[in-house]
Design a protein around this ligand. Structure first.
Ligand SMILES: [Zn+2]
Length: 402
């Protein structure tokens, strides 16, 4: 019985495509969606119990400490209390509440972990009991738990190395090392060091990138992701978008695709405001299968012909023949079900192919086709009706199998 099995260990993650979902959105994800869940939020134990019983296969806990605390070489992990988050904010000069709207205060975390929350608790330390949150994994009957790593600033090689070393010393089969990398780690000057450190690091690692938009929209970042997926053992990419499917196709161990835009990367504290309540916003993100990319629901409503081939979607949420131009107004909330259903289709296509060349050719061919279709669509449209051509998709389309 999954509910009584306790922790399964991280090996169940192999080849898994998970959905990363904040606690507040859990009801939007039906049990059994994709290969399982990464539940992102401060106190997920009761939710995880419920999902286990409902039939989710793989459950991973991510307390998202990296959204509140910056890692240091002395303290790469922060499993501490809310006051530690305030401590970190004071240190960094970042005002509380600026991280973003759905980063709930984790006031009840101490009760969950038994973390050192006394009045004298100082900054997080490797000497603290249960630094990897393994108690949390056991109590929650999670498959594994992501380490409470703080955000590792771009170029902070010392802290990255400290996190890798600390994990290697203490890890067990239930833990996965979270590597939340600050914006800028993908810059050319840091890439060689990043690959060098990761390639020799033992144990499962879950990479997440901070960016105000798509981290893999940066120039030449998809080839870097492809290199990492091919060469770094036991590497997962979490908090991502379709880049995660591509990474697994190219050899990554697992991925977690964010249900909301904020969970498809680590939001930058100084990033753009969230897309709510502003008339000029593009609308809810809608995954367009023909273009293999997300586009705003309001934009699709005015720029896509509902009778066109691109507006037709074969997913079960769009049967019978509902167009992708419908996700506006009261219908906007249905976009999540459609997005998940399209991801399910992609994951099925991926799983049908054996690991190796067939998968790589499938993914790169899929991306090339999607990019060509998007360019063709835009080629026939006046500039005001064109859809964005995502830099990530173009890079996948241009990537050549090695
Ligand atoms: Zn659909």
């Amino acid at each position: 019985m999954p509910g009584e099995a306790g922790v399964a260990g991280w090996e169940v993650l192999r080849d898994a495509v998970l959905v990363q979902v904040p606690t507040a959105w859990l009801a939007s994800v039906p049990p059994g969606a994709l290969d399982g869940l990464v539940l992102a939020g401060p106190s997920p134990i009761a939710d995880l119990h419920r999902r286990r019983l409902a039939g989710d296969r793989v459950l991973l806990v991510d307390r998202e400490r990296y959204r509140r605390v910056e890692a240091t070489a002395e303290a790469p992990f922060s499993h501490g209390a809310d006051r530690l988050a305030r401590y970190a904010r004071l240190d960094s000069g970042t005002p509380p509440g600026s991280v973003d709207g759905d980063a709930d205060a984790d006031t009840d975390t101490n009760a969950v972990t038994g973390a050192s929350a006394g009045a004298d608790a100082g900054p997080p330390s490797l000497d603290t009991a249960d630094p990897l949150d393994l108690d949390l994994a056991a109590q929650a009957h999670a498959s594994a738990v992501l380490t409470p790593t703080g955000l590792i600033a771009a170029g902070d090689v010392e802290t990255l190395r400290a996190a890798l070393d600390a994990f290697e010393r203490r890890r067990d089969e239930r833990s996965v090392l979270t590597l939340p990398l600050g914006a800028g780690w993908l810059r050319p000057e840091w890439r060689p060091m990043l690959i060098k450190l990761l390639i020799t690091a033992e144990g499962p690692k879950a990479l997440a990138l901070q960016e105000s938009g798509d981290p893999f929209g940066r120039a030449r970042s998809v080839p870097l992701l492809a290199d990492l997926a091919r060469t770094v053992p036991d590497l997962g990419i979490i908090r991502t978008d379709l880049a995660g499917v591509g990474a697994v196709a190219l050899g990554a161990a697992f991925t977690a695709i964010g249900l909301t835009a904020n969970h498809r990367h680590i939001p930058s504290p100084g990033g753009p405001p969230r897309a709510t309540g502003r008339l000029e916003e593009p609308g809810v993100p809608v995954l367009v299968p023909a273009f293999l990319s997300f586009h705003g629901g309001r934009r699709l409503a005015v720029r896509l012909d509902p009778d066109s081939e691109a507006a037709r979607c074969p997913c079960y949420a769009c049967r019978p023949g509902l167009p992708l131009t419908r996700f506006v107004g009261a219908e906007a909330g249905q976009a999540t079900a459609h997005n998940l259903a399209v991801l399910e289709m992609l994951v099925e296509e991926l799983a049908m192919r054996p690991v190796g060349g067939a998968r790589i050719r499938w993914w790169l061919g899929r991306c090339a086709e999607a990019y060509a279709q998007l360019q063709e669509f835009n080629g026939g449209e006046v500039s005001g009706r064109r859809l964005e051509e995502p830099a990530q998709l173009r890079q996948w389309a241009e990537l050549r199998p090695v």
